[in-house]
Design a protein around this ligand. Structure first.
Ligand code: PLP
Length: 327
């Protein structure tokens, strides 16, 4: 026989039961969806409503579609929570966070074989992901090209960028937002990455850079950056242009150096002037973090760097947003 034991609630128990979120009047009335309600609701009811609604999202651990990391070690979760209330814009207040970001930039630059001497600092910045990194890299190429064209007294109103038709949508975004024509090399049956021969043929005097992908979004295939570098160097020599290369290593930047250390795709190739990488892909961290690294100082026009001093000392910044989290 099963005996059910019923406990007396007592005063405290009764108060707790009366305050139970699901029994409270807050949850008995619908909360307006698209406007502020007339009355406030308690914080525990608000939490419960949002928490329950989020149950309808799928579980990130089951989501393989967006290629981002969905699990980190518990110690990382702890560190993230400890830093979640810091605004990275205020580098004076958070000098250690700033130092950690600088270390990441330097470690990644050296991993990608940037020509950084001992004790020298690499040039780069942490971003929300590869899309922001690509916007910044693209802007640097555009400005550098415009400056050169101005100096030479040539028109500078029709910049273009050459990519494969397999590029991720962020390149189309960059082109549309920053008014640069996107010249895409068509893919062909059985060949689903940018053909370097065809890409170099499409380069003209208005090309601000050729963008190669290390880890094509749809197949993961690496483009042949070394061949692209050689063909472009020959064309640059012939034409006296100096069209550079950007490598979109969003997915492959944290794979190639470890699995294929001999493969030359990075700053070992002289025309590679900038590289982006996403931390949240094979860098094994949650979205969103990425980086863009420049080969050296000359590749990032000084006028794109803002110097902000109202929070304390001079802070050089080159990001699209001002405030952002530190995690
Ligand atoms: C090759 C490539 N570039 C850029 C991006 C955009 O990266 P993020 O999501 O970090 O902005 C992706 C994302 O899938 C990608 O695969």
């Amino acid at each position: 026989m099963v005996l059910t034991h019923v406990e007396e609630l007592g005063d405290a128990g009764e108060a707790a039961a009366a305050a139970a979120v699901f029994a409270s009047r807050y949850v008995q009335e619908p909360v307006p969806r698209y406007e502020l309600g007339e009355r406030s609701i308690s914080k525990d009811a608000a939490y419960q409503i949002v928490h329950d609604e989020l149950l309808l999202d799928s579980s990130p651990r089951l989501n393989l579609a967006s290629f981002v990391t969905t699990w980190m070690e518990p110690e990382c979760d702890k560190l993230i929570l400890e830093a979640v209330n810091k605004n990275y814009a205020d580098m004076d207040e958070y000098p250690v966070t700033t130092e950690l970001q600088n270390r990441c930039v330097n470690i990644i630059a050296r991993l990608f074989n940037a020509p950084v001497g001992d004790g020298e600092k690499a040039v780069g910045v942490g971003t929300v992901g590869s899309s922001e990194a690509i916007m910044l890299a693209g802007l640097a190429f555009k400005r550098r090209w415009q400056n050169k064209r101005k100096e030479a007294g040539k028109p500078y109103d029709k910049p273009n960028i050459v990519t494969g038709a397999n590029v991720q949508v962020c390149w189309e975004k960059f082109a549309r937002y920053f008014e640069v024509e996107l010249k895409e090399v068509k893919l062909s049956e059985g060949y689903y990455v940018m053909n370097p021969e065809k890409a170099v043929e499409m380069v003209d005097e208005n090309t601000i850079c050729v963008a190669a992908i290390l880890g094509s979004t749809l197949t993961g295939e690496f483009e042949d950056v070394e061949r692209l570098n050689d063909l472009l160097a020959a064309k640059n020599k012939r034409t006296k242009w100096d069209t550079p290369i950007h490598v979109d290593a969003a997915s492959g930047g944290f794979v190639a150096p470890f699995l294929y250390p001999e493969l030359e795709w990075d700053f070992r190739l002289p025309l590679v002037k900038s590289i982006n990488v996403s931390g949240h892909k094979y860098g094994l961290v949650y979205a969103g973090v990425g980086w863009v690294i420049w080969r050296n100082k000359e590749d990032l026009p000084e006028e794109l760097i803002f110097h902000i001093n109202y929070l304390g000392a001079d802070q050089p910044t080159f990001t699209l947003n001002f405030s952002k989290g530190t995690t």
